[in-house]
Design a protein around this ligand. Structure first.
Ligand SMILES: Nc1ncnc2c1ncn2[C@@H]1O[C@H](COP(=O)(O)OP(=O)(O)O)[C@@H](O)[C@H]1O
Ligand SMILES: [Mg+2]
Length: 421
């Protein structure tokens, strides 16, 4: 038996812990710091790397890291030095996510398909470039910005304001000391995630996120308001193309450049005319995508995590998936992604339903009550024989959950219906 420490407190981490707890080889699953839905919570924050290492060592845990911040701070390097088993990329390999500028250069020099771009640290030169191109632009801050550092512009004046916001007003601090001006690609977005041991990469199930706050993909970008898996946006031909030309090309190039990538490699893909363009890499699972993906995963996740740490992935079969669809609808507190209330009691969580599971994110448990404690509060995740069944099961379960400021999109998965026939 092996004990697990899951680092993080979102729906992603709840889903990873839930799946790992189903393995007959797993003993205790601890969450640091966890949330109101996870059990065996340990009161250590994700950036307290030394304390996490001490806990993992005392309890003899294999550590699984959910979020990007500790990965880019080098949690994997420091655990590995101490001889502790940990799943995720090193600080160098996590640069695929932590520096968008580095990732764009990496893609360019290794022939990985991505939108044309230029890099600037000077606002005057950046603005001159905006005037010189005849296509729409996306302006991106280089470093981690909690999903807020990318501005998709409709015209040149929006691009100029975005440059001012990042380079002049320094709205993202040092994460915005360099920017990418990149061609806007009009296409359909989907998520392609793989698990790698540095040499071999196996695909996880495909998925599609819903990033905007309101129905119909309107309003501001969020951390994600829902996701479903699989997505018909990525058919078998496209999946093969992405697996070879994006994932395997990235894994072999990272190895060649001396920073082999172990962990979940997430490619945000824009599909245009049947061709994939990489919008960004994440060095970890997506959230909410992780929730429907875990619900569909048939294989034992622990086997793949261990093989990824040991470098033995190629000795395992490809991961097997339930043929059904799964959908996760995020329940948020009204006001998210800006200001929202906290500490409201959530009711209806005790309802049991074999087709759904409620993963927690921004919640806490106090005196037996579950209270809201963040913008994205719950991820109600359901499975069904068709995408439509999964959607109905998720919204059916959501109808039984209530708190004063509960908000969710009513159309999660709907855009998949046209593709998932
Ligand atoms: N080149 C592009 N063309 C069109 N849309 C883009 C482009 N790059 C990014 N986007 C949009 O902006 C969103 C956020 O960009 P992304 O690079 O994924 O950064 P992050 O997730 O770190 O905010 C994407 O999900 C996509 O909707
Ligand atoms: Mg993204």
């Amino acid at each position: 038996m092996i004990n697990i420490l899951v680092v993080g407190s979102g729906g992603r981490e709840h889903a990873l812990g839930w799946k790992l707890a189903q393995s007959p080889k797993v003993g205790m699953v601890y969450h640091a710091p966890g949330n109101g839905g996870t059990s065996n919570n340990v009161n250590i924050e994700v950036h307290e790397i030394e304390k996490l290492a001490q806990f993992a060592s005392e309890k003899n845990c294999l550590t699984v890291v959910g979020p990007e911040v500790p990965l880019s701070a080098g949690i994997v390097d420091s655990f590995t030095k101490k001889g502790l088993a940990i799943f995720g990329p090193t600080q160098d390999a996590a640069k695929l996510e932590s520096s968008k500028v580095w990732a764009k250069h990496f893609m360019k020099r290794n022939g990985i398909p991505t939108a044309r771009f230029e890099i600037f640290d000077d606002a005057t030169k950046a603005k001159a470039y905006v005037k010189s191109v005849d296509y729409s632009l996306v302006v991106k801050a280089d470093g981690l910005a909690a999903g807020k550092g990318v501005i998709v512009c409709n015209d040149k004046s929006e691009a100029i304001s975005a440059i001012d916001k990042i380079l002049v007003e320094k709205s993202f601090g040092s994460s915005g000391s360099k920017i990418i001006l990149e061609e806007k690609i009009d296409g359909v977005e989907a998520s392609y995630i793989a698990i790698s041991d540095g040499n071999t990469a196996y695909p996880m199930a495909t998925s599609q996120d819903h990033k905007r706050i309101y129905d119909g993909d309107m309003g501001s970008n969020t951390g994600g308001m829902g996701a479903y898996s699989p997505t018909g946006v990525i058919d078998d031909v496209l999946a093969k193309d992405i697996q070879q030309n994006v994932i395997e090309q990235t894994i072999s190039s990272m190895k060649k450049e001396g920073a082999p990538f172990c962990g979940f490699l997430y490619a945000g893909i824009m599909v245009k005319d049947g061709k994939p363009f990489v919008l960004e890499f994440n060095a970890r699972m997506g959230d909410p995508e992780c929730q429907p993906i875990m619900m569909r995963m048939e294989s034992d996740l622990l086997d793949y995590i261990k093989a990824s740490i040991d470098g033995t992935l190629s000795s395992l079969p490809l991961i097997s998936w339930k043929l059904q669809s799964a959908v996760c609808v995020v329940l948020a507190s009204k006001g998210y992604p800006d200001l929202y209330p906290k500490n409201e009691e959530i009711l209806g969580l005790e309802v049991q339903d074999k087709n759904s599971y409620v993963f927690h994110a921004g919640t806490k448990r106090i005196d037996g009550k579950v209270l809201t404690n963040g913008g994205r509060v719950l991820g109600v995740t359901a499975i069904g024989d068709t995408l439509q069944d999964a959607i109905s099961n998720a919204y059916g379960r959501i109808g039984k959950i209530s708190w004063s400021s509960k908000y969710c999109r009513t159309d999660i998965g709907k855009k998949g219906l046209a593709w998932n026939q």
